[in-house]
Design a protein around this ligand. Structure first.
Ligand SMILES: NC(=O)c1ccc[n+]([C@@H]2O[C@H](COP(=O)([O-])OP(=O)(O)OC[C@H]3O[C@@H](n4cnc5c(N)ncnc54)[C@H](OP(=O)(O)O)[C@@H]3O)[C@@H](O)[C@H]2O)c1
Length: 266
């Protein structure tokens, strides 16, 4: 066998082109019933991972997604839990342990926005966004940390936002919560590196999901004009970058914020 043929084989002897990058891994994706989370779950399944599909209320969407994951040949476990409630997250963990065993990839993706100018923003809109976007990240990471400590190639991937990096009118609550996720990611990366847990963040720009669907056409046009690629991103484009950070290709990357924003913020 020639050297060139050998170089196309992975360490297992299987041709690299047919190897799945997340074979044997188990991932929890929060907020996976729709949008970006849904595409992350599908991209993980395509790469051979079993997936826990967390969501809050979209039962039907979550069940449909589970069938898609199973059709790809992987196990899916659907669990409704409000990530802002640490007791519900604890219940989810017990269920995951029973039916799937410990996870080694945690994607903190669940997020909400309650947009309004700060002058009109009440305490409820502030607290609600923080309880999901920030406390949810704390609750899930805290609860599943012992799972992640068991594996020697664990990953925590937090979904932040370009708005947490550059701010946005009407999104002081959302921007602050997403900026907080970046500080959390970098701190945890330093703390957990010695345990072989890589902690990174993905920072999407403006992505075509339900979250963007409420934005009026005129505002959408103004946003697109600020994106060098002159288009919104697609959820699957974010998912591909999550797969990269979850894979062995990113073994030496931790504490990084990966922009997926069409060049809008560099
Ligand atoms: N779309 C964008 O332009 C954009 C840009 C940058 C960053 N992001 C971030 O990317 C992430 C996903 O956004 P998306 O656009 O895909 O949002 P989306 O389409 O609105 O979907 C949100 C998902 O989060 C779930 N969720 C909401 N609150 C939850 C809670 N308390 N507990 C558990 N699950 C909850 C929803 O579940 P149900 O279906 O049951 O409600 C749904 O699956 C968010 O963190 C968002 O901030 C989005």
């Amino acid at each position: 066998m020639s050297d060139s043929t050998n170089s196309e084989l992975g360490s297992s002897g299987v041709p690299e082109s047919t190897m799945k990058r997340l074979e044997g891994r188990k991932a929890l994706v929060t907020g996976a019933s729709r949008g970006i989370g849904r595409e992350i779950a599908i991209a993980f399944a395509r790469e051979g991972a079993d997936v826990v599909i967390n969501y809050r209320s979209s039962d039907e969407d979550a069940e449909v997604l589970a069938r898609t994951v199973e059709d790809l040949g992987d196990r899916a476990w659907v669990y409704s839990a409000d990530v802002s409630d640490i007791d519900q997250v604890g219940e989810m963990k017990r269920s995951v342990e029973k039916y799937m065993g410990p996870i080694d990839i945690l994607v903190n993706n669940a997020g909400i926005n309650r947009d309004t100018l700060f002058s009109k923003m009440d305490e409820e809109a502030w607290k609600e966004v923080f309880s999901v976007n920030m406390n949810g990240v704390f609750n899930c990471t805290k609860t599943f940390l012992d799972h992640l400590e068991e594996s020697d190639h664990s990953r925590i991937i937090n979904i932040t936002s370009i708005v947490g990096q550059i701010g946005n009118i009407g999104q002081a609550n959302y921007a602050a919560s997403k900026a907080g996720i970046i500080g959390f990611t970098k701190s945890l990366a330093k703390e957990l590196a010695r345990k072989n847990i890589n902690v990174n963040a993905i920072s999407p720009g403006f992505i075509e999901t339900d979250m963007l669907s409420g934005v009026p056409d005129k505002v959408r046009e103004k946003i697109v004009a600020q994106i060098p690629m002159r288009r919104f991103g697609r959820p699957e484009e974010v998912a591909k970058s999550v797969v990269f950070l979850a894979s062995n290709d990113a073994d030496y990357i931790t504490g990084h914020v990966l922009n997926v924003n069409g060049g809008m913020y560099l």
